[in-house]
Ligand binder design. Structure first.
Ligand code: BT5
Length: 336
């Protein structure tokens, strides 16, 4: 990973974007970065190879014409305003699963907030060994490494916050309000647009790291969905009819997640965070069926506690607390 190269390219892009449609001289860039003009030229050529259209004139310098419509660490970093989340971004064209890459990075001690993004996953993972369909150019397949100082049993709460962050970002960038199906499926018009898979490395008393894996169907065409999910899945573009810029969505998501995460450990703020979650819930107030290891219960989703557990009232009047598992909502995919 060429961290210096990424840093230099981000700084060059920032400078070029600050003077839209104007030339920035090679000398200015070389002074800004503290490298030679030849080095500047080398980074500019790399940016061109990555799809940036940059005009150059030997007298006037460089001018950014267009940015590529693909994912890259540079594009995200240029636009991102966070203090720790996404300060290190590793972008790959193809990986097996961004969660696996993130777990390896975490085990080797990468810093908190490191983000792994891929354009395509060869073996994207859902929960319980299920497969996550992750074709190129149309989705966000991303994993975030966190090192919260919490007990392992508190980890699900962080995942709920990730669901809120995704929902807020979709709302901001695509102007459509999604719903959250407990615990963390994001749905639009009753179909699944995003799934979250959190993996944890922990001892009894402490979390070593969490990897929060987020998969969002952004610009998928419905006709491209494989048969087995065509009825249940959707994409932002399929529901809104408009193309969504993935970089903008990632930036918004990381900024919103950092903001929520920074409040997550203040007990006093929990009720407020859970209110935000509940405002998106499509589970609350509906008839649901919860299936766990060995039994199923059916009832009415009455509340979600401040720790994120789902309270289900069964027809005999009893209240059940569900900590994790599969909960399907009547009228929505998966309810049989
Ligand atoms: C999830 O599992 O919803 C978690 C998905 C997490 C994916 C991200 S992508 C980045 C990171 N790296 C990974 O390898 N994974 C994470 P679950 O609730 O078990 O749902 C899985 C089920 O959703 C599958 O069995 C399919 O029925 C359906 N499904 C598969 N691909 C889908 C897609 N692209 N969109 C909607 N539904 C899908």
């Amino acid at each position: 990973l060429d961290k210096v190269g990424i840093f230099m390219k981000v700084e060059i892009l920032k400078a070029l974007k600050e003077s839209p449609q104007q030339y920035v001289s090679g000398q200015q860039l070389s002074r800004l970065l503290g490298v030679s003009r030849t080095a500047v030229w080398k980074y500019i050529s790399e940016l061109r190879q990555e799809g940036y259209q940059i005009e150059s004139s030997s007298r006037k310098g460089y001018k950014l014409i267009t940015s590529p419509d693909n994912l890259s660490a540079e594009e995200v970093l240029v636009n991102l305003h966070t203090s720790f989340l996404g300060k290190e971004i590793r972008y790959y064209e193809t990986v097996s699963s961004t969660n696996n890459v993130a777990k390896e990075a975490a085990a080797r001690g990468c810093m908190e907030g490191t983000v792994i993004i891929a354009d395509r996953q060869e073996s994207g993972k859902g929960r319980l060994g299920r497969h996550w369909v992750s074709p190129p150019k149309s989705g966000i397949w991303m994993s975030i490494v966190l090192r919260p100082k919490i007990l392992p049993m508190q980890a699900p709460f962080i995942t709920l916050l990730a669901a809120v962050a995704v929902s807020k970002a979709i709302e901001e960038i695509a102007q459509i309000k999604p719903g959250i199906k407990w615990p963390n499926d994001i749905v639009i018009h009753k179909k699944k647009v995003c799934g979250i898979l959190t993996e944890i490395s922990a001892e009894m008393e402490q979390v070593n790291y969490l990897v929060v894996g987020i998969g969002i169907n952004v610009n998928f065409d419905i006709s491209n969905f494989p048969d087995h999910i065509r009825e249940t899945a959707t994409s932002i573009k399929a529901e809104t009819g408009t193309y969504v810029n993935r970089v903008e969505l990632i930036v918004s998501l990381l900024e919103k997640f950092e903001c929520l995460y920074s409040k997550a450990f203040d007990e006093k703020l929990r009720p407020q965070l859970m209110e935000e979650y509940k405002a998106y819930s499509v589970t609350l107030g509906n008839r649901v069926r919860a299936v766990s290891m060995n039994h199923a219960i059916e009832g009415y989703a009455e509340d979600i506690t401040n720790d994120g557990e789902l309270m289900i009232r069964t027809d005999d009047g009893k209240l059940h607390k569900i900590i994790s598992g599969e909960v399907s909502v009547r009228g929505m995919y998966g309810y049989v």
